[in-house]
Structures are given as C-alpha cells and as structure tokens.
Design a protein around this ligand. Structure first.
Ligand code: SAM
Length: 278
C-alpha cells in the first residue's frame, strides 16, 4: 500500500502532507517510524483521534500535540504510536538462555538486575520471573526486574497483572496454572511472580543514559524493529552506557545490531543469539 493510496482512500481531514507531518512527529517523539508502505497502519491507529466530534483535522491535531504541556494529547498518542503485541513465554529460547547460561554467571553477585525495555503490558517481565525461578532457587540469585513502556495504559495493566486469553496462547497447557490464576475472560498473574517486578512509563528515545552499571541484562525484544536506524542507534548507545560491563543485551528473533554498532559482541547460546557489552 503506497503513501498516496492510503491518503487518497482516507475519509479523514488530512492531506498527504498532513500525514507526512504526523508521521515525522511520531518519529521524533517515539523513534517509531512508519515508512510509506506502512503509513496505512499509522492512519488506522490515529483515526480515532481525528474522528472525535471536536476534531478539526490533522493540522489541528499536530498543533495540539506540538503545544501539549498537560499530556492530554501526547499520552493517548503514546498509546497509539506502536503495536503492543506480546504474550507470555514469547520466543522462549531467550528465556531459556537467561536461565541456563546467563544467570549462573551472576551467582557470585547475589542479585541480577534485569530491564525489560518496551515490556508492553508486562507479559515479558513476568515470563522472565517465572522462567528464571528455577535458576533463582538453584543458584541463590535474587532477581529484580524493571518493566518499562511508552504506553501508560500498558504500564497500568502490567501493575494489575491482568490478562485475556490471547496473552496466554504460548503457555503450554500444563504450565498455565503455575503462572496465572483465573478463568475466561480474565486471568491474573500469581502474586509470587509479581513480587520481583516493578513497572514505569518510560520513553526509550528520551531516556537519559545510565546510571552506569544499572542493569546486568536488558531485554528489548520486538521494539526497535519499529524504529528508524537513527533512533535504533541512539537507544542502543543508551543501553550500552546503562549495562554493567559484562552485561547482556537480548533482542527479538528478527532483530540484530548489524550495521548499528560494534560496541557489543555477539554471543551464541545453545538456542538463539544475544549480545555482550564489549
Ligand atoms: C510489540 S511490543 C513488544 C513487547 C515485548 N517486548 C515482546 O517482545 O513481547 C512493543 C512495545 O514497545 C513499546 N514502545 C514503542 N516505542 C517505545 C519507546 N519510544 N519507548 C518505550 N517503549 C516503546 C510499545 O508501546 C509496545 O508496547
């Protein structure tokens, strides 16, 4: 779908130039970049904002966004800017690598500090705490997991620990009850997995680097895939400064640092790949 096709088909009060300006605004504030082929997604995401009875078109929205000091325009935009698709035990190879290959190396330290950056509604931090539970018992390591996301709605849900069926789809049937309690349509994470988790709204593109050595492992999976190269580079530099010297960065299956930085060393796990701070 091309830029022109999207804008020509749109019933909204927006010209191709307006959509271009909104796309640039979203990119500047979040790092998320909708190229021409994906612009239809941005249009469908922002449609509800332009359809409201008081909406006066894209130019007006852009103006309100630009001068929004209260957050009343920006916060909904942050909820709409990127997909929040996630699920428990997603891409389990990385969780296995954490448990069997990364955490044992931190045995001496007693505590492992993990950041799930772009954690959506908390499925990833809770999966980390659940999956690594055996390592915690085995090696006597304490886990502290910080989950952050741009979307305040996602963070509020993560704090409640409440999920619908779709988020549970990757959990083998026999393990479901170990992780969550409840019945359709709503399930709740068991309190023991909520104990080590903390959640904050945080924009990766604006986050200041450091404090240095703040985290031993950073998971940032299926987030940078939506960013422009420039935004990816900026965030990866911030991760580098924030990681402990021997810390690990774990990206999603389809993501890599190729062409972005040489500041990390690729590490091959038994299943999957990660990066170690060089
Ligand atoms: C597809 S979800 C991935 C969730 C999880 N990491 C996983 O792999 O299942 C991407 C998340 O990144 C968040 N995100 C996008 N841009 C962000 C930014 N600039 N700062 C923080 N989070 C961001 C979105 O709000 C969304 O919840």
């Amino acid at each position: 779908m091309s830029f022109t096709a999207v804008t020509a088909g749109s019933r909204l009060k927006a010209s191709p130039q307006d959509w271009g300006a909104l796309r640039d605004f979203v990119h500047e504030r979040t790092g998320v970049y909708y190229n021409d082929a994906c612009l239809g997604l941005l249009v469908s995401r922002l449609e509800p904002r332009l359809k409201s009875p008081d909406a006066r078109g894209a130019q007006d929205l852009l103006l309100r966004l630009t001068y929004d000091t209260s957050g009343s325009e920006m916060v909904p935009l942050f909820d709409l800017a990127a997909p929040h698709e996630s699920s428990f035990l997603r891409e389990p190879e990385a969780l296995e690598a954490l448990t069997t290959e990364i955490l044992p190396a931190f045995r001496e330290r007693g505590t492992a500090r993990i950041w799930s950056a772009g954690c959506a509604a908390g499925e990833e931090p809770y999966s980390i705490l659940y999956q690594a539970g055996s390592a915690v018992e085995l090696h006597g390591i304490r886990l502290e997991v910080l989950g952050t996301d741009l979307s305040p709605q996602c963070i509020a849900q993560a704090r409640r620990g409440e999920y619908r069926e779709a988020s549970l789809r990757n959990i083998p049937a026999e393990r479901r009850e170990e992780i969550l309690d409840g019945s359709p349509p709503m399930y709740r994470v068991r309190p023991r997995w909520m104990e080590g988790a903390r959640f904050e709204s945080r924009n990766l593109i604006e986050a200041a680097p450091g404090p240095e050595n703040a985290f031993d492992v950073i998971f940032c999976r299926n987030v940078l895939i939506y960013f422009s190269d420039g935004a990816r580079r900026k965030v990866v530099e911030m991760f580098h400064e924030t990681l402990a010297d021997d810390g690990y960065l774990i990206l999603g299956h389809s993501e890599s640092l190729h062409g972005l930085t040489r500041a990390f060393k690729p590490v091959t796990f038994r299943r999957g790949l990660g990066y170690r701070k060089d």
